[in-house]
Design a protein around this ligand. Structure first.
Ligand SMILES: [Zn+2]
Ligand SMILES: [Zn+2]
Ligand SMILES: [Zn+2]
Ligand SMILES: [Zn+2]
Length: 319
């Protein structure tokens, strides 16, 4: 019933009783703007002037019970029932079993189940699939060998003269570097690529012109020098093979070699040495170049004996 209709009904009754003073009072009551109290969970809004009730109580809004508190009304704070037991979130590799509400901890984290780190990747957890720690440190970093040739830049290459009595100094540079999957002469194998690296070296000093040169091709591995040296097989005239450690597994690296020497005017000679390297796709550890033939590595490893001026090296990019 609207307030206006209700007031009319009341007026009729009052006139019939002819109690004017009461009628005046009631008329005043029905003419005011209600001033409502806020409703609560259990009480409706009530007019502060006339006591009339408006609408319904809000009703409680219950939060679920947790281990910290029973089910609780978000408006009035009233509770009902009991606290629950803890809500356990299972332990993981790095966190113990923990209550989602009160953060109570039970026991310990499970710990990762790690594979061994390798040169390409840190140790991998077989449970949570996260990498932990760092990859193995490459031997070249351990031995602080960092002066790789950049294609198109000329470097000094020092080696023995032909009979080994003295030293000649040539100038060498990487004049070609490309990768391909295979072609008519380079066989294709799934997961492998060929890298073609040509080193062009010019000898023109008087030592060379009088005594010739004894250049020496050189192959090693950026990551695992000792493994390379233990497994390498070589025939300086045609090929090299060695085992590399790729993703923790042994991977076969095969390298063909092609060399030619052009002697030009005044005895100036140009040596062209091309390496055809067959390596797993993406592997960037193969290092090819030239070594001073006066350096004998037989009784020690390359890394320990390395002297910058005795090697010119190029590291394959793996792309
Ligand atoms: Zn009122
Ligand atoms: Zn409530
Ligand atoms: Zn809890
Ligand atoms: Zn883990």
């Amino acid at each position: 019933m609207s307030l206006k209709v209700r007031c009319m009904t009341v007026k009729k009754r009052i006139f019939s009783l002819v109690i004017l003073t009461v009628a005046v009072l009631l008329l005043a009551g029905c003419g005011h703007a209600h001033s409502w109290n806020m409703p609560t969970c259990t009480e409706p809004a009530v007019c502060r002037s006339c006591g009339e009730e408006g609408g319904k109580p809000l009703g409680h809004q219950w939060n679920p019970a947790t281990c910290l508190a029973p089910s609780t009304c978000i408006f009035c704070g009233m509770t009902q029932g009991e606290k629950t037991t803890h809500t356990w979130v299972p332990a993981t590799c790095t966190t113990p079993e923990t209550c989602a509400h009160c953060n109570l901890i039970v026991g310990e984290a499970l710990g990762h189940h790690l594979t061994a780190a390798n040169y390409q990747h840190p140790a991998l957890c077989q449970v949570c699939n996260e990498y932990v720690g760092a990859p193995l440190v490459p031997d070249f970093d351990n031995y602080n060998i960092a002066n790789f040739m950049r294609p198109g830049v000329e470097y000094t290459y020092r080696t023995q003269t032909e009979r080994g009595y003295s030293t000649t100094e040539g100038r060498t540079q990487v004049t070609r570097y490309e990768t391909l999957l295979g072609n008519d002469t380079l066989f294709e194998r799934t997961g492998y690529v060929w890298h073609i690296v040509t080193l062009t070296t010019e000898f023109s000093d008087s030592a060379y012109i009088q005594l010739g040169a004894r250049p020496e091709p050189f192959v090693t591995d950026y990551y695992a020098i000792a493994l390379c040296e233990e497994t390498i097989q070589k025939d300086f005239d045609s090929y090299w093979e060695y085992e590399a450690n790729v993703e923790g597994d042994s991977a076969h690296i095969y390298i063909e070699q092609e060399a030619s020497l052009d002697v030009g005017y005044g005895g100036v000679a140009t040596m062209t040495l091309t390496y055809y390297v067959h390596a797993p796709e993406g592997y960037d550890g193969v290092v090819v170049g030239l070594k001073n033939s006066a350096v004998n590595l037989k009784d020690s490893t390359f890394g320990e004996e390395y002297r910058k001026e005795d090697f010119v090296l190029f590291r394959l990019t793996g792309k």
